[in-house]
Design a protein around this ligand. Structure first.
Ligand code: FAD
Length: 418
């Protein structure tokens, strides 16, 4: 209705796509898209890939052209943080003290990097990677030559490692688990990625964590003297590593404080049902911040991936308009590292599978991996093999229990197995 106002908090991919869908579905009321960052909505995957490699410029990252918001009557308020949510008054309050009323509200506040909790963490040279500005600052730092020490062998840590090696920096990755990507894809495929990086000259220190940072002119990590710029990294294994740049890629924390303070149900994000509705029927949440019931998986899941922002924002918008929504997508993500490109579908975390089947040789870095649980395909990853991810998703969705020998046989079309 023309008198309705949809307010979206968080002006990134989820928020921008939700605004786009509201208009595409014919909503003719007011749309207010409020973002704490000063940039108009942009996508984050390039921040650790082409932008960090210096191969693309920032203009490639934006979701819409600058004029799109005005053309679609989307009131885009940048550099504006929402500080509180008053559900009784149906309004959000901004940092500057002003208030914006809503009939329907979408929380698309995303996630923030987990901070490295060690002495010396306030030294210059310890960097995080979440924003365009972070990416630009890190690229400039890599061009200074390193050495680079990375905390965490997850997706961000490994993509930064690839960019740093390609910038000519010495790179050490410190990771408490036994191999790379362990919690994302398990040890089997995690080790394939670890070997890829070793082959490109990355040093790993598995089974260790960063215990402190020392700066130039510092009194030492133990004394907690954080003056100056980082020069050394101390590890729990007793190593002292020289460092010009330290990047912490140790996970992200959902920005659910606003929701929690307003009394919405939270727990590892904002709790929403399969229509992305929170415990308040007029408030929705999507993207990295949402811990959503996924009917396909039969459980809640908080997905921190681009495709979940791309699809979750529109799904929430449709639910805000009263359309029936059951957000049951197979989680999907992708990564590029050196000359390896991959797409993955499903949730191949340890504990969710009991068998890994390969189609092609993992060492060749051109293969498809399938994770099976009691014979059913629960996840799949195509590495330098293209145009098969939809078929992998169909296989997961079908719940089929294919013969592992046929799954491994490149001559058998995946569509025949679903
Ligand atoms: C460096 C990097 C590389 C990535 N690469 C990949 C990849 O290759 N593949 C993949 O699948 N995924 C990747 N991702 C993940 C993907 O980018 C995220 O899943 C996606 O950005 C989530 O979008 P979102 O809109 O839900 O949240 P965010 O992108 O986190 O956006 C939330 C926005 O809300 C704003 N906000 C928060 N609180 C408030 C408030 N109170 N008031 C106003 N505004 C607020 C924030 O400032 C932010 O701009 C990557 C992420 C990063 C950081």
């Amino acid at each position: 209705m023309a008198s309705d106002t949809c307010v979206i908090v968080g002006a990134s991919l989820t928020g921008a796509k939700a605004a786009e869908t509201l208009r595409a579905e014919g909503f003719d009321g007011a749309i207010v898209l409020i973002g704490a960052e000063s940039e108009r909505p942009y996508e984050r995957p390039p921040l650790s890939k082409d932008l960090l490699l210096g191969k693309a410029d920032r203009s490639k990252a934006f979701v819409h052209e600058p004029g799109w918001y005005a053309e679609h009557a989307v009131d885009l308020r940048l550099g504006s943080r929402v500080t509180s949510l008053d559900r009784a008054a149906r309004q959000v309050r901004l940092e500057d003290g002003s208030a914006v009323g809503y009939t329907r509200l979408l929380l698309a506040t995303g996630a923030s990097p987990r901070r490295l909790p060690v002495p010396g963490a306030d030294l210059a040279g310890l960097m995080y990677l979440r924003t365009l500005a972070d990416s630009e600052a890190l690229l400039a730092a890599l061009r200074q030559g390193g050495p680079v020490v990375i905390a965490g062998a997850g997706w961000i840590g490994l993509e930064v490692a690839a960019a740093a090696r390609q910038a000519g920096c010495a790179v050490t990755v410190v990771e408490p688990e036994a191999t790379a990507l362990l919690r994302s894809v398990g040890p089997e495929v995690g080790e394939v990625f670890a070997q890829l990086h070793r082959d490109h000259g990355v040093q790993f220190r598995f089974g260790e964590s960063i215990s402190g940072l020392r700066g130039d002119g510092s009194g030492g990590a133990a004394a907690g003297d954080a003056a100056g710029s980082v020069r050394q990294v101390l590890t729990t294994g007793g190593a002292t590593l020289e460092a010009g740049v330290v990047v912490a890629g140790i996970g992200a924390v959902p920005n659910s404080g606003l929701a929690a303070e307003a009394g919405l149900e939270t727990g590892n994000g904002v709790l929403v049902d399969a229509s992305l509705r929170t415990s308040d029927p007029d408030i929705f949440a999507a993207g990295d911040v949402a811990n959503a019931v996924n009917p396909l998986l039969g459980r809640r899941i908080r997905v921190e991936h681009w495709a979940n922002a791309l699809n979750g924002g529109p799904a929430a918008a449709r639910a805000m308009l009263g359309q029936p929504v059951s957000y049951d997508r197979v989680p999907y993500f992708y990564s590029d590292q050196y000359d390896l490109g991959m797409e993955a579908a499903g949730v191949p975390e340890p504990g969710s599978y009991d068998q890994v089947v390969y189609r092609g040789e993992p060492q060749s870095r051109e293969f498809v991996a399938f994770w099976l649980n009691s014979g059913a395909v629960v996840a799949g990853m195509n590495v330098n093999v293209w145009d098969v991810n939809d078929a992998i998703q169909d296989l997961i969705r079908s719940g089929a229990r294919p013969d592992p020998a046929r799954l491994a046989d490149p001559g058998v079309p995946l569509a025949d197995l679903a």
